[in-house]
Design a binder for this molecule. Structure first.
Ligand SMILES: [Zn+2]
Length: 260
């Protein structure tokens, strides 16, 4: 019962020494302002809120990064976006998460099938920007995000090879069909000869079909003489040749049967 009274006077002295010595003196002089204020060497990154530090972990340098995601859900779909000033490590982690999720969840809708590849490609171009951010040199207030495994070493990336492969096949098939169509179209246009006024021709098809071939007017196979229409029409008994047989493809030519 005699001890409590003396204990009270004993405590007040203790705050004294702590407030005097350590806090204001050494801390305000050296560490905090010094090194962090030199960081403005990161000038270009400073547009962002904060002095060029990662929004997630505080590390520097950091740069503005946008990665996107897509989810298709049959009728509805979701467009996701993660945007901010990130250090390289946090940006890479964000990219890989978004990319892997989109690869699994992106395909499940009629429009999403088309949107997802674009989303993935957009992220790839964002990735090239992320790779240009230098490795963090100034540590942040907390550890950066764990980037984890590269996308194609995750189950999501392996699963995504199926729709990506199917899409690739579809694009390939479309390209091949287009190429065949062009070749066929090309050979079709190269298939027919051009006829000039005054020359002769024969028709290998049955009228009114035309499969005209040039023929020497001296030949017994020549059936038709090519003439220019007078007053825009062909004389009685003459046929009008398909326009494709003219030199420019748009001139009318008449075919007058040769009497033999
Ligand atoms: Zn970070």
């Amino acid at each position: 019962m005699s001890t409590p009274p003396p204990s009270h006077p004993a405590y007040p002295p203790t705050p004294g020494p702590y407030q005097q010595t350590p806090v204001p003196g050494p801390y305000q002089q050296t560490p905090v302002p010094g090194p962090y204020q030199q960081a403005p060497a990161l000038g270009p990154y400073q547009q962002a809120p904060g002095p060029g530090a990662c929004q997630i972990c505080g590390a520097a340098p950091a740069a503005p990064v946008t990665v996107r995601g897509h989810q298709g859900m049959l009728v509805i779909m979701r467009f996701l976006k993660r945007e901010g000033v990130f250090c390289r490590t946090c940006a890479l982690a964000s990219f890989r998460d978004m990319q892997a999720d989109t690869m699994v969840l992106g395909w499940w809708g009629p429009l999403s099938v088309l949107i997802t590849p674009f989303t993935l490609l957009t992220n790839l171009s964002a990735l090239s920007g992320i790779r240009r951010i230098p490795e963090p040199v100034a540590p942040g207030f907390r550890p950066p995000l764990d980037p984890g495994k590269p996308v194609f070493k995750r189950p999501a990336g392996i699963l995504a090879l199926i729709p990506v492969g199917l899409l690739g096949l579809a694009v390939l098939a479309f390209t091949v069909l287009l190429a065949i169509g062009l070749v066929a179209g090309g050979s079709d246009s190269a298939d027919h000869p051009t006829l000039t006024v005054g020359s002769c021709a024969r028709n290998d098809a049955a009228w009114p079909e035309q499969d005209l071939e040039p023929e020497s007017c001296d030949s017994s196979d020549a059936e038709l003489r090519v003439t220019a229409p007078a007053d825009g029409s062909c004389p009685a008994g003459a046929y009008l040749a398909y326009l494709k047989y003219s030199e420019d493809g748009s001139t009318s030519l008449c075919l007058r049967p040769l009497k033999s």
